[in-house]
Design a protein around this ligand. Structure first.
Ligand code: CTP
Ligand code: MG
Length: 395
């Protein structure tokens, strides 16, 4: 983004440097529905999706493409919600929508004094690529209307009372999206003249009813409409990584548990549980990978049930949480930092134990060790540190 020249902010445009200039256009965003099917705590257009209100996404995109004005149809009484969703933005105007989408569009059109071109868009389609706007405005050069469409890839069946009563020619059919682009006067007149059902599915139908031609341009899957609750569920990344780090003190008179096994040594690690610093680092790495807090939040040291507890239990529970989150452990890479005891002879036993506790193959578990060249607390043998990285994969 070109935001500054020689360190001085550029006034105005936030266009990408290579974006071609667009012809001037007005925009309407219809956001006056009830958004009932989405089952969100707020009407869906004001609910949060990918970090900001649904409505704000497309308004941002339209303003960034130079739309002027941007007229937004909102439900009666929703002005405060809408202003909160659009806080900090300039260049938009709110109007009260109607009982149907078609009425909401007609009211928004009436609020525009004059314009040559207008894009009419559903707020419920937040992800609006600039390329679609470009394609639409280009197609509008020769036509009164242009709409983004996608092919139908599945074969089609006509349903009558749960039975197939026929099929439809998928080759000729298209899925229609918004924004839809129009010559302003043509669509304004078409809406005024509209005699059909007030439930017109979209504005292209209204324009065609007025005898105008509507061109198809390629749509974009990103423009999918948010309709149901599942459309609001976060898309989890297929691979996630977490890291964990832990330190415990070495003291005389304690057993040494490390990497899930008992090691003969003159000292042991002190802590509330068995103080297996290596397993604790692995637990934190797994919890980190699924964004589930840390070991202290799941097994608080203040809770007596964890006193002297085997850290096996923590790791088994971390594995369960990974599973519940929809993932499985891909691999673990654990590094134990100490001067003594020597880890090498125990490495494979630790790998096998961790693999067993997590229910994965031993090949997925790596255990490494290093000293700190006698430096620091590990170098002086005052404690042992461990760090781990975990990768989890979506099931
Ligand atoms: N819309 C509108 N005015 C209406 C009805 C719908 O402005 N009277 C808008 C919606 O806000 C939405 C778009 O038209 O941005 C497409 O409608 P739809 O996806 O059906 O949204 P809702 O009607 O809000 O949702 P639902 O049908 O689930 O209640
Ligand atoms: Mg609806």
């Amino acid at each position: 983004m070109r935001c500054s020249v020689n360190g001085k902010p550029l006034a105005g445009s936030f266009r990408m440097q290579d974006d071609p200039p667009l012809p001037s256009f007005a925009a309407i965003v219809v956001a006056a529905g009830q958004g009932l099917r989405a089952g969100q705590p707020l009407p869906k257009q004001f609910a949060t999706w990918r970090g900001k209100p649904v409505l704000r996404h497309s308004v941002d995109a339209l303003l960034a493409s130079g739309a002027e004005p941007v007229v937004i149809a909102i439900p009666t009484g929703a002005e405060e919600l809408a202003r909160a969703a659009l806080k900090g933005l300039d260049g938009f105007m709110l109007v009260e929508g109607g009982d149907t989408r078609q009425q909401s569009v007609a009211r928004a059109l009436a609020a525009i004094d004059s314009a040559e071109r207008v894009l009419i868009h559903d707020a419920a389609r937040p992800d609006l690529p600039r390329q679609v706007i470009e394609r639409l405005l280009t197609a509008l050069d020769g036509h009164a209307g242009a709409i983004p469409v996608l092919p139908v890839v599945d074969s089609l069946s006509i349903d009558t009372d749960g039975m197939m009563s026929g099929s439809a020619p998928r080759e000729q059919l298209r899925r229609v999206q918004t924004p839809q682009a129009f010559r302003f006067s043509a669509i304004r007149d078409a809406h005024q003249a509209w005699q059909g059902e007030p439930t017109a599915g979209d504005d292209a139908q209204v324009l065609r009813a007025a005898g105008e031609r509507v061109a198809h341009v390629p749509g974009d899957e990103r423009l999918a409409k948010l309709t149901f609750a599942e459309d609001f569920m976060a898309v989890l990344p297929p691979v996630r990584t977490g890291m964990g780090f832990d330190v415990h003190r070495l003291v005389a008179g304690e057993e040494l548990w490390l990497g899930g096994i008992r090691i003969e040594y003159e000292k042991g690690l002190a802590g509330h549980s068995d103080a297996d610093v290596a397993l604790h680092a692995v637990v934190d790495a797994l919890l980190g990978a699924i964004g589930a807090g840390d070991i202290g939040s799941h097994f608080p040291p203040s809770d007596p049930q964890w006193k002297g507890a085997s850290s096996d239990r923590f790791l088994i529970q971390a594995g369960r949480l990974v599973d519940t989150a929809g993932y499985f452990t891909g691999n673990i890479d654990l590094t134990i930092v100490c001067e003594a005891p020597k880890i090498g002879p125990h490495r494979d036993a630790m790998r096998a134990r961790i693999a067993e506790l997590l229910g994965v193959d031993i090949g997925a578990i790596s255990v490494k060790a290093t000293t700190t060249e006698r430096l620091g607390f590990t170098g002086r043998g005052e404690g042992i540190a461990a760090q781990a990285v975990a990768t989890v994969l979506r099931k």
